[in-house]
Design a protein around this ligand. Structure first.
Ligand SMILES: [Zn+2]
Length: 432
């Protein structure tokens, strides 16, 4: 396979006729690692969930309010989404716990038959409600509707997530910004472990729902090590790496991710929260991460930005008004098969239709990228894939953090490969 796009096409990724190298068997999650990259820490696996067998590394689109902003569940299936993410805070408000109980969970309520993951609601609460206050009991906040004081405890978060019925639930954690330093980071890390144990005790459906703990500890090596070790002792079905992607330097970000994947159990899935830029997905997969989520692909679509391997196309800029090619000729999504950049430029100004078409493409782009990553790992061609990806995305000047991160897993972009590609570093983050 020479062209990068060859990797993203649907069909056999290379799982057929293989036996797992190793696996874990939790009551509601079987994780089977089928291939490990012989150079990096990347692996290609399947995750058998109660509702679906997902292939990893995978990207999970975020569907706020239980719907994907105008994209139907059928379209998400056609775009090859394996697991989608629901926001517990929004779902708790509407449709609400009682209606979800009556409907028999969110899967039935929204007619989605594949995998689903819900967050704890805590992050949404802290970021949306300015008055949120954290105590040992939980997250205290003023109800925006009637101004009364309310509390989200670990027990309440799990009760609500049990009603939603997602395949994977997240623990309530004490969230601090990745830019916070000092004793507050240590307090939050230890409190998150105490809250994890309360979540585990409150969880009523361990036979059909999986509770993932979240590694915290800010950007502090000792604290993050302590957190990852403590969580590993809980023998959970999978683990999340949290508290990152909050504006910290990317060179610190990747080191915290790598440190976490080194400690977390090898036979369990690892989920890096809030990561969705293409280069981050490629680098973190090389560091041994299996799952990602981010609002970025659909949020940036609302601003008229279409994702491609070489970066974002701003369709609102007018630059493509006379361009009669699709967003990407290598993309097999309904938008690229039907519409030109010129057409999308015309409709993108008129809000919903254009944004919807770009959202469809952006989700398809994420799914194609993840297929490419899985296929490259399964064919033990991942280091070559990484080099080709970086050459298309950045040319010969690659951000320093990426060069450092890849060097840590034995890919040295500063030394020429067989094709002659090599890169020098620029000390800045990539344009988004
Ligand atoms: Zn497309």
């Amino acid at each position: 396979m020479s062209a990068l796009s060859d990797y993203g096409r649907p069909g056999d990724e290379g799982y057929e006729n293989r036996t797992p190298l190793f696996e874990s068997n939790s009551p509601a999650l079987k994780f089977k690692v089928y291939a490990k990259c012989s150079t990096t820490k990347a692996r290609a696996s399947t995750m058998v969930l109660p509702h679906y067998t997902a292939r990893t590394p995978m990207f999970m689109p975020v569907g706020t309010m239980g719907t994907m902003k105008g994209i139907t569940t059928k379209q998400l299936e056609e775009l090859d989404c394996h697991v989608i993410l629901g926001n517990t805070y929004h779902l708790g408000n509407r449709p609400g716990k009682d209606l979800l109980d009556k409907a028999g969970g969110l899967h039935k309520f929204m007619n989605w038959s594949r995998g689903m993951l819900t967050d704890s609601g805590g992050f949404q609460m802290v970021s949306l409600l300015k008055l949120a206050k954290i105590t040992e009991e939980g997250v205290e906040f003023r109800n925006p509707h009637d101004d009364s004081l309310m509390m989200l405890t670990p027990e309440m978060s799990i009760e609500l997530q049990n009603s939603i019925g997602a395949d994977i639930m997240m623990q309530l954690d004490d969230v601090v910004s990745s830019l916070t330093t000092g004793p507050r980071v240590e307090e939050a890390m230890h409190r998150s472990i105490r809250w994890l144990d309360r979540c585990i005790a409150a969880h009523k459906n361990p036979d059909r729902q999986n509770l993932f703990p979240i590694v915290q500890g800010g950007l502090d090596i000792k604290l993050r090590t302590c957190s990852a070790r403590a969580l590993s002792e809980r023998d959970s079905p999978g683990y999340a790496i949290g508290g990152l992607s909050g504006g910290e330097a990317k060179d610190q970000f990747w080191r915290m991710v790598s440190l976490s994947t080194d400690i977390l159990p090898e036979n369990k899935p690892r989920y890096c929260m809030g990561v969705g830029y293409a280069e981050d997905l490629v680098v973190c997969s090389a560091l041994g991460v299996d799952m990602y989520d981010c609002v970025f692909p659909t949020r940036t679509a609302r601003f008229g930005n279409a994702l491609t391997m070489s970066g974002s196309l701003s369709l609102k800029s007018g630059k493509y008004a006379k361009d009669f090619t699709p967003i990407s000729k290598d993309c097999d999504c309904p938008t690229c098969k039907t519409y030109t950049r010129a057409y999308l430029t015309t409709v993108v100004a008129k809000e919903n239709v254009g944004c919807h078409l770009i959202s469809v493409h952006n989700i398809a782009f994420q799914m194609q990228l993840m297929r490419s990553i899985r296929r490259a790992i399964l064919h033990d061609d991942f280091p070559n894939f990484v080099r080709r990806f970086m050459s298309i995305r950045f040319g010969n000047t690659v951000p320093l953090w990426i060069i450092n991160a890849l060097k840590s897993v034995n890919i040295d972009l500063t030394v020429a490969d067989e094709s002659g590609y090599l890169a020098t570093s620029i000390d800045s983050d990539f344009k988004k």
